[in-house]
Design a protein around this ligand. Sequence first.
Ligand code: EPU
Length: 304
Amino acid sequence: MLIDRAIRVVEDAPVPTWFHAGGRADALARPADEPELEACMGFGGPVRVLGEGANLLVDDAGVDGLVVRLEAPAWRSIEIDPRTGLVRAGAGADLRRLINETTRAGLAGLEGLGGIPASVGGAVRMNAGGRWGEIAEVVSRVRVMSPGRGLRTLERDEIGFGYRTSELAGAIVTSVELELEPGADSRELRARYRDVLRGKSGSQPMREKSAGCCFKNPALPHGLPGVGMRGQRVSAGLLIDRAGCKGLAVGGARVSEVHANFMTTRPGARARDALELMAMVGERVLDRFGVALEREIVVWSRSA
Ligand code: EPU
């Protein structure tokens, strides 16, 4: 099948995700540039972007509409001005490569995001981050494409960044502009980057198959002795751990013994295993602490 006589669509395509489980896409395209992406918007049905698949679970029954991969060279470009600290990156650029290149150029601001597997577009859309900072702190504007509205540039305060979220849902990020701090010592930045990675490899199951944290850290609806005060954002992993969920398993999915907010999968795991396990964990935390967890993992399923 072709869109616009030029863009080839692969039918019944695999959707690689870090869970190594889940269904396929009815249709997948790899637009070469913005005009081709615009043509993809007319495919009919939802258009979803597959980034690194690092925070994604696809339902076993697969996903409808069109899935696009922004992996052509135009989407992966990274332009750095070491003098001013201004950086422009395509949405398909790899976040880890961006961190490597900017820290080497002596630009500060991204080194705290070490160990987060993501495309730049995905990282911005979800406001990726953790204890050492979040990407929203350095984003100055984004270029997005949305159905019916074409391409637009949004300034930082129009992006609607929040904790692990933005108001970009429904739009496709095509490129991002960042304002980093120039003139930093690249050796110090690299050392800090390595410290962040080391910290994570000690407390997270980095070598197993997982999609990072499953749940957002909740703001407590009431005070919990020994955990936090009302309104305080606390570790979902800590609550899941204290609710006794480590090691809990459904089929091929299991709550990690290393960090309870990570779910690891073994070969043969189904998306349903992971979904059931997340539901079970959510119920246990609600029963035990009266705290409703919200999923951080994005789940794709058929629209109707
Ligand atoms: N803890 C436990 N048991 C566990 C996990 C954690 O008791 O199973 C305790 C730890 O001992 C620590 C506290 O909870 O005292 C906080 O743990 P951690 O430092 O691992 O931070 P987190 O709040 O659980 C957040 C992000 C992670 C990010 C880390 C480090 C969210 C949902 N999680 O985890 O992000 O890597 O900080 O920056 O925001 C992700 O988003 O995919 C992710 C993994």
